[in-house]
Design a protein around this ligand. Structure first.
Ligand code: KIV
Length: 281
C-alpha cells in the first residue's frame, strides 16, 4: 500500500469516498493500523488520557508527542501520519507554533500537524501553512479549551452556536488549513460545513456526512475504561481479553504450571555433569 497524500484526500472528497482515520500512539498499534489499511493516523494528545492516565490533555508536552509520533511513524511507514500540537505548543505565539509544528516534520517524519481552534488560531494556521506544512484544523469540542466550553460538551446544538462553528470552519480554511476535523457537533452542522468547505472535513462525533471518520483507537478496541463518549463504537474488548490472559498467567505461576518444559533451555550435551562437578569443588 502506498502512503496517501493530501491530494489523494482531496480526490476522495470529490469522489465521495470516505477517509478512514484513527489515532495511534505506539509502534505495534501503528503496525496493526497499517495492516488494516487505515488511510490516516493521528498521534493525538488524547494519549495523555489513554496512555499516561492524566485526567485530560493539558499536561501533555511537546517532547512526549515527539516520542510517540516517532514510534508511530516507524510502525506505519506507508500511512499518512498527523502530529497533534499539545496545549501551549502553539497558543502563545506564531513563532512557537511554527517551530513546534516543524519538530513533527523534522524529528518524526509526520505528514501533517493538527491544532485546535478557529478564528483565534488563524494567524498560527497561516504561518504554519506558509512554512510549507500541511495543517489540519480542529473545531467543535476542543478538549484543550474544554474549561471555557464548560466541560467535554457537544457544540453547535443551538442555531447561534452552530453559526459560530461555521464561522470558525470558514476562518480555518481561509487561513490556509488543508483539512478540518469537527468534534462532537450535530450531523446537520457537520453536513453543512462539509458541503461548504473545499478542503476535506473529518468527523469525530460530527455525523456521517463528513468526508471521513476518526475514532480514538483506545475506544475502538475497548482499552480505555474511564468513560465512553456518545460517538464511540467499540469493535472489541481488549481490556477483558488482556485481564483474562493475565489472570490465567498468575494462576499458572501459583499452581507451578508455568513455566513448562518447553519454556526451559537445555544444557549442551555432557555439560550438566561438568557443572555439578564444578559446583562441588
Ligand atoms: O487528541 C486526539 O486524539 C484528538 C481527538 C480527540 C480529536 O484531538
Amino acid at each position: 500500500m502506498k502512503r496517501k497524500t493530501l491530494q489523494d484526500f482531496q480526490t476522495m472528497k470529490k469522489k465521495g469516498e470516505k477517509i478512514a482515520f484513527l489515532t495511534a500512539y505506539d509502534y505495534p498499534t501503528a503496525q496493526f493500523a497499517e495492516a488494516a489499511g487505515l488511510d490516516m493516523l493521528l498521534v493525538g494528545d488524547s494519549l495523555g488520557m489513554c496512555v499516561y492516565g492524566y485526567p485530560g490533555t493539558t499536561p501533555v508536552v511537546m517532547d512526549q508527542m515527539i516520542f510517540h509520533a516517532e514510534a508511530v511513524r516507524r510502525g506505519a511507514p506507508e500511512t499518512f501520519v498527523v502530529g497533534d500540537m499539545p496545549f501551549m505548543s502553539y497558543q502563545s505565539s506564531v513563532e512557537k507554533a511554527v517551530e513546534n509544528a516543524g519538530r513533527f516534520m523534522k524529528e518524526c517524519g509526520c505528514d501533517a500537524i493538527k491544532l485546535e481552534g478557529g478564528v483565534r488560531v488563524a494567524p498560527q494556521i497561516r504561518a504554519i501553512a506558509d512554512a510549507g506544512i500541511v495543517v489540519m484544523g480542529h473545531i467543535g469540542l476542543t478538549p484543550q479549551s474544554s474549561g471555557q466550553l464548560g466541560g467535554h460538551k457537544a457544540q453547535g446544538r443551538t442555531a447561534e452556536s452552530a453559526k459560530l462553528q461555521v464561522r470558525d470552519a470558514l476562518a480555518v480554511q481561509e487561513a490556509g488549513a488543508h483539512m478540518l476535523l469537527l468534534e462532537a457537533i450535530p450531523p446537520e452542522v457537520g453536513r453543512y460545513i462539509t458541503g461548504r468547505l473545499d478542503i476535506p472535513v473529518l468527523s469525530i462525533g460530527a455525523g456521517p456526512h463528513c468526508d471521513g471518520q476518526l475514532l480514538i483507537v483506545s475506544d475502538l478496541i475497548g482499552q480505555f475504561q474511564a468513560f465512553s463518549p456518545k460517538f464511540v463504537r467499540k469493535y472489541c474488548n481488549v481490556a477483558e481479553t488482556i485481564t483474562e490472559a493475565m489472570k490465567r498467567y498468575a494462576a499458572d505461576v501459583r499452581a507451578k504450571a508455568f513455566p513448562a518444559d518447553e519454556h526451559c533451555y537445555s544444557m549442551l550435551a555432557g555439560e550438566e555433569e561438568k557443572f555439578l562437578q564444578a559446583v562441588k569443588e
